[in-house]
Design a protein around this ligand. Structure first.
Ligand code: S3P
Length: 434
C-alpha cells in the first residue's frame, strides 16, 4: 500500500519567521568543487536532502573523505587527479543535477565509472550533456540507450570547445564548464537565456578564473582548485512554497530569513510583484559570491500575469507552485516558453494540470506551458506526487486553500529537497496536520 499524507486545516493563517533549508544547487556544487580541489573544504548550511546525499555518496565511492555534522559538511579530497576507481556503480538517485554535472566532471578525470539513477532519472535526457561532452572527446558509453542512464564514463584528456547551448539549462552549462576545467585550451559556453550561475560563482571562489561577456562564459583548462569555506544560503525554490502560501492564505504574513537572492534565481519575486503580492525586502547581504537576505510576504489580492521568455530559467522550479497561485488570481495567467518543464522529475506541465484540475482548477496545457484562469475556489481530493518533490509540495500548499482535505499520495519524495517540509508547514500554520 502506498503512503499518504493528509493536509487539512480549518481557516489556516500563516504567521512567523522561517529559515528554509540550504540551497540544493549550491549544496551540490560545494561538494563537487570541494572534491575536485585538493585539500579541505568546509560547507555550512548544507541541504541534507536526498539529492545532495546522492552527490556525497558518489564522491565517497571515488575516495573523497566527507564528514557530516548536521548541516555542516567537511570535504577532504586528494584532488581529482588522485580519485580512486569506484568498485560500485555511482548512483545519482533522483538527482538530475548530480547526474549531469558528474558526467562533465568524470569525463575529464582519470577514473572509469558507471552511473545509474532511479526509475524517474533513468528516463530523463542525458544527450544534452553527453552531446557536447562527446565533442570534447569524452568517452561515454551506454549499455542500452545512449540518451539515458546507466552510462559508463572513461575519464580521458578532453579538448576545449566553443559551445552554443540549444536549451536554457544550468546543468548543461555547468557540465561543459566543469569538463572544460580539465580540458586542453579554453572552453566557451554561450547560453540562449541566462540560467543560474552558481557554478561560475563557486569556481571563482575555489580560485579558478572565468570570464563572462554577455551570455558567453569562458574557462581555461588546467586550472587547479583550492579547498575553501562555503556558506549555503536558504533555497529560494523551497521558500517559494511558503511564499505562495503566504500570498494566497488570508491574513498571512511570513518572513523568510537568509534566503538566497542570486538574481538568476529570483524570477519568482518578479512574478509575485507582477501579481500584486505585498512584499518587503528587509535586508540584503552578500557572501561567498552569493547574495541572501530577508523577505516578507503578506496575503494580497492577486492579478493574473504572463510568464515567459528570459524569466523562465530564473524561476523554472517554481512554476508548479506558481500555477497553483494563478488559480487564485483574477484573470488568465499564461505560462509560455517553459517546454523544459516536460523533462523535469516528471512532465510538470501535464502533472500540474492533471492534479490541480482534480481540485476544480481551470487549466489548459500547451506544448510549452499552461493557461490558467482564476480565481477558482478549490475543493479537496487525492493528489499524486509522481515521485516529484515539487509536485508533492504543491499539493500540500493547495491543501491550505481547499474546502476539503487534500490527500497526497507518495509524499516521501519531498525529502529530496525539503526533509522537514511538513514540520515547517505546521510551525507556520500552528495547526495539526494528520
Ligand atoms: C539545476 C538546474 C535546473 C533546475 C534544477 C537544478 C542546477 O535544471 O531545474 O532543479 O542545479 O543546475 P536545468 O539545468 O535542467 O534547467
Amino acid at each position: 500500500m502506498s503512503e499518504q499524507k493528509t493536509v487539512s486545516f480549518e481557516r489556516p493563517v500563516l504567521r512567523g519567521t522561517i529559515q528554509v533549508p540550504g540551497d540544493k544547487s549550491i549544496s551540490h556544487r560545494a561538494v563537487m568543487l570541494g572534491s575536485i580541489a585538493e585539500g579541505k573544504t568546509t560547507i555550512s548550511g548544507f541541504l541534507d536532502g536526498e539529492d545532495c546525499l546522492s552527490t556525497i555518496d558518489m564522491f565517497r565511492k571515488l575516495g573523497v573523505t566527507i564528514t557530516r555534522k548536521g548541516t555542516d559538511v567537511v570535504v577532504e579530497s586528494p584532488g581529482i587527479a588522485n580519485w580512486q576507481t569506484p568498485t560500485e556503480t555511482l548512483d545519482a538517485g533522483n538527482s538530475g543535477t548530480t547526474a549531469r554535472l558528474m558526467l562533465g566532471i568524470l569525463s575529464g578525470s582519470s577514473v572509469t565509472s558507471k552511473m545509474c539513477g532511479d526509475q524517474y532519472l533513468s528516463k530523463r535526457p542525458m544527450k544534452r550533456v553527453t552531446g557536447p561532452l562527446g565533442l570534447m572527446g569524452a568517452k561515454i558509453t551506454s549499455d542500452e540507450h545512449d540518451d539515458f542512464l546507466p552510462l559508463t564514463v572513461e575519464g580521458t584528456t578532453l579538448k576545449a570547445i566553443d559551445y552554443q547551448m540549444p536549451v536554457a539549462s544550468a546543468q548543461v552549462k555547468s557540465a561543459v564548464l566543469l569538463a572544460g576545467l580539465h580540458g586542453e585550451g579554453e572552453t566557451s559556453v554561450t547560453e540562449i537565456s541566462v540560467s543560474r550561475d552558481h557554478t561560475e560563482r563557486m569556481l571563482m571562489q575555489f580560485g579558478a578564473q572565468l570570464t563572462q561577456e554577455g551570455k558567453t562564459i569562458r574557462i581555461a583548462g588546467g586550472q587547479k582548485l583550492t579547498g575553501t569555506d562555503v556558506v549555503v544560503p536558504g533555497d529560494i525554490s523551497s521558500a517559494a512554497f511558503f511564499m505562495v502560501a503566504a500570498a494566497m492564505v488570508k491574513d498571512s504574513v511570513v518572513t523568510f530569513e537568509k534566503v538566497g537572492l542570486n538574481p538568476t534565481r529570483t524570477g519568482i519575486l518578479d512574478v509575485l510583484e507582477a501579481m500584486g503580492v505585498s512584499m518587503k525586502q528587509l535586508e540584503e547581504h552578500g557572501f561567498s559570491g552569493e547574495r541572501y537576505g530577508t523577505i516578507q510576504i503578506s496575503h494580497s489580492t492577486l492579478q493574473a500575469t504572463e510568464i515567459g521568455g528570459e524569466l523562465i530559467p530564473r524561476l523554472i522550479d517554481e512554476l508548479p507552485v506558481l500555477a497553483l497561485l494563478a488559480t487564485q488570481a483574477e484573470g488568465t495567467t499564461i505560462i509560455r516558453d517553459a517546454e523544459e518543464l516536460r523533462v523535469k522529475e516528471t512532465d510538470r506541465i501535464e502533472a500540474v494540470a492533471t492534479e490541480l484540475r482534480k481540485l476544480g482548477a481551470t487549466i489548459e496545457t500547451t506544448p510549452d506551458g499552461m493557461i490558467i484562469t482564476g480565481p477558482t475556489p478549490l475543493s479537496g481530493g487525492t493528489l499524486q506526487s509522481y515521485g516529484d518533490h515539487r509536485l508533492g509540495m504543491m499539493a500540500a500548499i493547495a491543501g491550505l486553500i481547499t474546502s476539503e482535505p487534500v490527500h497526497i499520495e507518495n509524499p516521501s519524495c519531498i525529502a529530496i529537497s525539503y526533509p522537514r517540509f511538513f514540520e515547517d508547514l505546521s510551525d507556520l500554520v500552528s495547526e495539526e496536520i494528520q
